[in-house]
Structures are given as structure tokens and as C-alpha cells.
Design a protein around this ligand. Structure first.
Ligand code: AMP
Length: 214
């Protein structure tokens, strides 16, 4: 199964993709995680990407492409869930031709959506364990008391100005990718409102459907 989890920042792609990878044995490839790792590691890509990521802007395509390509190639282009890639039509076109050249294609693109209100609440109350990458929500999933508060951080791009910026960029550059996949008959809409478990069940059902038709 090769799939893309698509949707605006804060819709829950990352948490769902992480769970999916554990339950279904898919490799979770998040370009956001790869970029933050590169920034922490002080690599050349990280140095070039830092200012974009921290302010909520899209990192230039060629930089992200290298990370996505390496990660997909490493898992053998067989069982992966892409999260946060593609984010522009150009990236979607590149991904399509990269997979075709390798003799394969995506099985499905699952597009998660929920209201702006929910998204802003999830992003502004999100906290992250900087060592494990585990996400928390101040109200619904607060960081456990046995985890040191020193490792719990708020991402710089989860600050109000950066959130606003990310949502504007999503509308302008990323949302059109949805129609690109829809026109190709590859997109399934998933309601992202509701509990984590409810949304996961919708995702699983959509994957089973995609498997039965592929
Ligand atoms: P995420 O963790 O998916 O919310 O991504 C965090 C940040 O990483 C984004 O706001 C962008 O700055 C950058 N980023 C992640 N994926 C991409 C991508 N496919 N294209 C450009 N920038 C990206």
C-alpha cells in the first residue's frame, strides 16, 4: 500500500500516519519530521530550510524532494504513507513521474478535512516531545506527568503568526493539489472531525476499499 495522507496543517495527518504505520506496517514518511531532524542535526539541508520551517513558509521544492526521494527509495517504494508531501502541484507532478519511472504508482490519496476552528485549536494547543516526536494537546491529551517538562516544547511554527501564515499557504498552494488528485480519480475524502479513533476507522475503511479495487 502506497498512500498519501493529505490535508491542512493541524488536521491530524501526522498522528494518524504514525498510528497507521504501527498498525499496518507502513513506513511513515513525513517531510516535516525529516526537515526538523535535518535542522536539529545542523545538516546543509537543515541550514537552508530552517528559516522557512520556523516561519511556516514552504521550503523550496528541490530541498524537500531530495528528502522525500531518499526516504521512499530506502523503504523500497512498496509500503509507505506520505504525510506533508506533496504540498504543491509541482511536487505532485514530480512524485507521479518518480513513481512511474520506478514502475509503480500511489494506491490512494486520503484527504482529511475539518473546520478551521478545530484546526486552530489543535495547532495552538499542540505540544511536542522534542526527543520522541510524540504530539500532545493541552486539553485532550496533556503531556504525562512522568515526562520531564524540559522536553515538552511548542513548535515555533505553532505560534499564532506562523499558524496564520501556514493556513494561507495551504489555501493558496496546497489545496489545489487536492483537485489535481481528484481529477485523476485517486482522491478519497475523509471527515477529520471527531475522536482520533473515529477518524482512524474512517481511514482504515478507505484503505480496505482501495486495496480491494487495486
Ligand atoms: P509539517 O510537520 O508537515 O507541518 O511541516 C512543517 C513545515 O515543514 C512546513 O510548514 C514547511 O515549512 C516544511 N515542509 C514540510 N513538508 C514540505 C513540503 N512538502 N514542501 C515544502 N515545505 C515543506
Amino acid at each position: 500500500m502506497k498512500l498519501v495522507l493529505f490535508g491542512p496543517p493541524g488536521v491530524g495527518k501526522g498522528s494518524q500516519a504514525r498510528f497507521l504505520s504501527k498498525r499496518e506496517g507502513l513506513t511513515h514518511i513525513s517531510t516535516g519530521v525529516l526537515l526538523r531532524r535535518a535542522i536539529r542535526g545542523g545538516t546543509e539541508v537543515g541550514e537552508q530550510a530552517k528559516a522557512y520551517v520556523e516561519s511556516g513558509k514552504l521550503v523550496p521544492g528541490p530541498l524537500v524532494r531530495v528528502l522525500a526521494e531518499d526516504a521512499m527509495t530506502m523503504v523500497g517504494l512498496d509500503r509507505f504513507v506520505l504525510d506533508g508531501y506533496p504540498r504543491t502541484i509541482e511536487q505532485a507532478e514530480w512524485l507521479d513521474s518518480f513513481l512511474i519511472e520506478a514502475g509503480t504508482q500511489l494506491d490512494t490519496v486520503l484527504s482529511l478535512a475539518c473546520s478551521d476552528e478545530v484546526i486552530i485549536d489543535r495547532l495552538s494547543k499542540r505540544r511536542v516531545n522534542k526527543e520522541t516526536g510524540e504530539n500532545y494537546h493541552l486539553d485532550f491529551k496533556p503531556p504525562p506527568s512522568d515526562v520531564s517538562p524540559n522536553v515538552i516544547i511548542q513548535r515555533k511554527d505553532d505560534m499564532p503568526d506562523a499558524i496564520k501564515h501556514r493556513l494561507e499557504i495551504y489555501d493558496k498552494e496546497t489545496h489545489p493539489v487536492q483537485d489535481w488528485y481528484r481529477q485523476r480519480g485517486m482522491l478519497k475524502d475523509i471527515d477529520g472531525d471527531g475522536s482520533f479513533e473515529e477518524v482512524y476507522e474512517r481511514i482504515r475503511t478507505a484503505i480496505l476499499e482501495a486495496e480491494s479495487t487495486s
